[in-house]
Design a protein around this ligand. Structure first.
Ligand SMILES: Nc1nc2c(ncn2[C@@H]2O[C@H](COP(=O)(O)OP(=O)(O)OP(=O)(O)O)[C@@H](O)[C@H]2O)c(=O)[nH]1
Ligand SMILES: [Mg+2]
Length: 445
């Protein structure tokens, strides 16, 4: 941990009713001697006149909270100053703090890092906290809160402890004569590993639910030029985000807007109309449209019934069971023939007719696949990589023909599997293994 007592503005920058300045570290308490006071009762808001120790100018009348270590966010001595949120007040107080002995401005994330280093939270909880601050929709908030409260960390820790226990049992057999090894040990350990592998695979296989809830479900609008994709994007976003014109090939770059559908964040992309063209910029636009289609969770194909063919083969090829077809320009009343089997809705991106039906269908599709599940979902690539590492070690473990014959190799594979899980929560201490051996070990003699 980098030394020093750190301070920072914990609330947003700019004029506000109240601003909160947070101070953490051994020297936090020295604030009170400068204010010629003893620390107030812990965690009780107390009014103080904040006076600049250098100029003796009154800086503000503030509410002050004192959290003595270890019962604080960081686990260190923490002081919170709730000052009036004007620029001059905040600048004055921050300036006075900068002149205090041992005080320095906190680096980004340093309070949370200290909380982690003082075992106030594991890494997944710290990540949950970061997500909570970024959360814009209710589902994002719920998922982040759950993670911050340890739902994900507890699950990974439970898995790791089960592996540690298995590994501890195997390690002890290394010194045993074969006849002293309890019958059934090999089968028990193998069963435990198999069950755990299933849990991990299930968790990895939830269709990126947690990651999409964090980052946004990807919905992409695709279709021929002039079908009305940009008009539909503007309708759904309820603003003029993309240029609309009667010239075919207007949109070239991918245009993204963020929507909140039933609390689930959605990134809606408008793309270039798909057609064969010799215009280099448009060719690149079409390439990007196909690439977006590849990454999409849901595709909405926009079609104009007055165009023939309604959907050329390269667009028909993009349709899957989840795809919605928006038959646009319903205000023009053109008949529709030869519709593909996917779900289709009549809309008019010009008048807005049918848009709410389209939105409802999209909402229910998004909810069905991405709503917060009972089991906590995987939320980050970092976790995915570590879990895959863990699974590889467990696969290697399973290939060992006899655990009793090669206990060192078996235990080694379990240890690397544990270490991979430990990376997720930040608990990779070898002390753990010793603890398990001494506290939980009761085989044989
Ligand atoms: N009558 C009618 N015209 C529409 C409707 N939706 C879009 N248009 C018109 O169709 C033309 C093309 O609309 P855009 O939204 O630019 O179409 P696009 O699919 O984004 O086209 P590209 O960007 O060229 O691929 C514009 O003149 C729109 O005003 C509709 O529902 N009814
Ligand atoms: Mg367009």
């Amino acid at each position: 941990m980098k030394p020093g007592t750190i301070y920072a503005l914990a609330s947003g920058i700019g004029k506000a009713g109240v601003a909160v300045i947070r101070i953490s570290g051994d020297a936090s308490e020295s604030i009170f001697s400068i204010l010629n006071s003893k620390p107030p009762a812990p965690r009780v808001a107390t009014r103080f006149s904040l006076v600049d120790p250098q100029s003796q100018n009154l800086l503000d009348q503030a509410l002050v909270l004192w959290f003595p270590a270890p019962a604080s966010f960081t686990g260190e001595n923490v002081v919170e100053l709730h000052v009036h949120g004007g620029r001059a007040v905040v600048d004055g107080v921050m300036g006075a703090l900068s002149r205090m002995d041992g005080f320095r401005v906190a680096e980004p994330g340093e309070f949370t890092r200290r909380a982690f280093e003082n075992s106030k939270m594991d890494l997944t909880a710290a990540e949950g906290l970061a997500d909570l601050v970024d959360a814009e929709t209710t589902a994002q908030r719920d998922q982040a809160l759950r993670q911050m409260q340890g739902a994900l960390g507890d699950m990974y820790e439970d898995w790791r402890h089960r592996l540690l226990r298995a590994s501890a049992y195997l390690e002890t057999t290394i010194d045993f004569a074969e006849e002293d090894i309890p019958a059934g040990l090999e089968a028990d350990v193998r069963e435990l590993v198999q069950t755990l592998k299933l849990s991990i695979s299930d968790h990895l296989d939830t269709g990126h639910r947690g990651e999409r809830l964090r980052d946004g479900v990807r919905v992409v609008l695709l279709g021929r030029p002039n079908a009305g994709k940009s008009s539909l994007l503007n309708q759904l976003a309820q603003r003029d985000a993309a240029i609309v014109s009667e010239i075919a090939g207007t949109t070239r770059d991918v245009i993204e807007v963020h929507l909140d559908l039933a609390g689930i964040p959605v990134i809606l992309s408008d793309t270039a109309g798909i057609r064969d063209t010799s215009d280099d910029v448009e060719v690149e636009g079409v390439r990007r449209a196909f690439s977006k289609a590849d990454d999409a969770d849901f595709k909405i194909i926009v079609a104009d019934p007055s165009q023939s063919p309604l959907l050329p083969s390269e667009i028909l090829g993009l349709i899957d069971t989840q795809t919605l077809i928006a038959l646009n320009k319903s205000d023009l009343d053109v008949g529709v023939a030869n519709l593909p089997k996917a779900q289709s809705i009549h809309i008019s991106a010009l008048t807005g007719s049918g848009i709410s039906v389209l939105l409802d269908i999209l909402k229910s599709k998004v909810k069905e696949r991405f709503e917060l599940s009972k089991q906590p979902s995987l939320t980050r690539e970092r976790h995915r990589t570590a879990l895959q590492e863990c699974l590889s070690s467990l696969n290697r473990f399973e290939e060992i023909p006899s655990l009793i014959q090669s206990p060192e190799l078996a235990a080694e594979n379990l240890r690397t599997a544990c270490a991979a899980l430990g990376k997720i929560t930040g608990r990779v201490d070898v002390e753990d293994l010793l603890d398990v051996i001494f506290n939980d070990f009761c085989i044989g003699k």
